[in-house]
Design a protein around this ligand. Sequence first.
Ligand SMILES: *Cc1c(COP(=O)(O)O)cnc(C)c1O
Length: 842
Amino acid sequence: MRAHHNFIVRPRLPAPLAPLGVLALNLYWPRYYETAELFRCLSPELWEECGHNPVLFLRRLPQERLNAAAQDPYYIESLTQIYDPSWAAAHGMDGDAVIAYFSAEFGLNEALPIYAGGLGVLAGDHLKSASDLTLPLVGVGLLYRHGNFRQRLDSKDCQQEVYPFYDFYELPLELERDGDGNPLTVPVAFPEREVRVKIWKARAGRLHLYLLDSDCPENRETDRSITDTLYGGDLEKRIQQEILLGIGGMRALAALKIEPSVYHLNEGHSAFLVLEHIRRLQEKHGLDFATAFELAKASHIFTTHTPVPAGIDLFPPYLMDKYFTAYYQSLGLSRHEFLALGRQDPNNQQEPFNMAVLALRLSSWANGVSRLHGQTARKMWQSVWPNLPAEEVPISHVTNGVHITSWVGEAMLKLFDRHLGPSWRENQAKEETWAPVAKIPDWELWQAREKQRHALIKFAREKLARQLLNRGAALKDIEEARAALDPEALTIGFARRFAAYKRPALLFHDGERLKQILSDFRRPVQIIFAGKAHPQDEEGKKLINYILTQSRREEFKGKIIFLEDYDLNIARYLLQGVDLWLASPRRPLEACSTSGMKAVLNGALHISTLDGWWDEAWEPETGWAIGRGEVYDDPLYQDAVEAELLYDLLERDIIPLYYERDARGLPSGWLARVKKSIQAYAPVFNSRRMVEEYADKFYLPAARLYRRLHENDQQRARELARWKKGVEDSWSQVRIEKVEGTGTENLEVGDNLSIRAIIALGPLKPEDVRVAVYYGPVDGKGEIIAGEKLFLPSCQDLGGGRYLYTASLPCRRSGRQGYSLCVFPYHEDMGQPYAMGLILWG
Ligand SMILES: *Cc1c(COP(=O)(O)O)cnc(C)c1O
């Protein structure tokens, strides 16, 4: 008989196991392996079946198994040792500064698949380190019903996308409710309707992450699916998602009574929040747009991750009209003024609305994610500040880092625990913490490395066999998969999103040469690939197909494999187990890349083109650089040259070094490099250093500025807005009348060059401006390269709004030099000196 009513009975968690329930709801476990083991050991098969989702796991576990664990003194002992209630307690949000961190994706744990790749994993690591540092931060994102797609490889070696359906009640999430116990929802205005969003809370250590979900019964059917997939759908869905993230996210924080004083925009997807922030300030304090603009801007930090214009969200004016007409009217703006906020050229009526431009115009602080990317971003966005030289575009950089204890394998962590002293985790960002690595005995390091490699090979074999079984492969192939790879061989890893610029097929450029490299049975080498292509990226999908077809060739069988459905779990095994991590992006298209950092922290060595982090990190004694950062006009030629260099490095340096064994059978030369690499990179490329840098450079100054501008009924914000208006109106009257250098002849190193400049400021006062001189060597075209800047402090009032400035330039280098004088507006309440983009050269 068919059941007419269904109900679910969950196992009851016995009282001694209560901490297990608390741990299950937290996405960040500071002691990851021990905590995962607490769950896994109760039923290893079920743990895998549940995709390492502890909430689902506890629901499905038989009651008897829980009862037995509750009575097992050893189990209870381990549980009490691992569970630290002080850590699990939410960070008190009652301090006056709260940082809201907005991101379209978060990769904290494989159980909550709301990430697509590097951006999300970085956001996850940011939250974990912020929790470690007890920073008062909250995350804001979207909760995707289908998560990110899962990758299936079909029998034709093509990627298929599968969209699972997640039941949020079976994930480590808690629904926010109102006083009556009903789901707390916030409204967001859409054309002719309102969309309501629910708020789910996830916990990341001490911190909360609030995730919005439009799947509410009050919404239209089509609106219920706005948050169903990550980066799926068309442009209109994209704008809808971004409205929910930015504007809905602000409303959610307000409904939760969280009043941030700093907003961090992790990429431009959330940039609409700046508008809602302005609108709220206007409404709350009765401010005009210009004043609310200054106030809001003081608290915004924008991190860009995209070195190519194609990666930026652009919305055509008709879509902006559809969704924002009522909104910009409520801000007191005309259509033109509003659209100009998102245009590189405010007067170009054709230009689409650019989310990165909106974020840049409305943030006091902006940064790229590596030194090289900072440079690239300054050039890329120079059009937003047309008068500034690229070096002065107000975008700095904070190089990404990774969360060490989430990424380093158990064997290597134990090694660090034994050798680095008790507080190495807290002191991980100090160089001296890692000095003892030099003294780790070779055999101990090699043992840890072998352990992690063996774990990877075991995992890869099982995974490969399973993925073949699922696609109906021949029994013989499945048997072969179980014996694929060699646990003792030099193992190369390449796993990341499959995008053409990352060049996953570079190793196959000369198939014959690769075959030679892989077929030396005395020095075996093998390669493991993994990675998804964006569903709309046909080129990326072709590359996956290409590698799969290659891996099937007789000479590569069992030596080149591709693991399906790259995620945090596969990443962990791969990055912990490989000996060599390969990256081959086309410079400068990789903003930073973090997988190489995870690999080197595990004692792998890194080989890459000089792009992203490797451009600032590479040293000849630690890893290998493919080329020296040359960029050729012909990409095919570039590929050929760099493939050649890659083969040379493998044949001449890497493989011989790996197989050069000493009397004890250890690769001592290789291990010496591993130690140097850990010492050089661990203190720098960790997310604790990164979050501390964000806090020092941006969060603290932003919170301070925001508070200051708020004081006395926003008096300083009003003054700042008024001052800016005044400067804009009178800037055309500022003139550099005369600049002269005395003694420009017969200068020798050590002499000083005197500069006198007469500047007419019109109605402005000397305190409204800064005068500086740029000087340095000039190239053939007369451009100052790597110039230095000197501010001119002294000025003499010549009457009539004219002032005399003098300076004395030290001549430190010989050769052809040049200088240029500039005047720009200055106010102490502006976050960045050049933020107004007004500058006069002479
Ligand atoms: C670290 C990581 C990434 C980022 O890799 P890149 O090197 O930046 O391409 C992507 N996906 C997963 C699962 C990761 O763990």
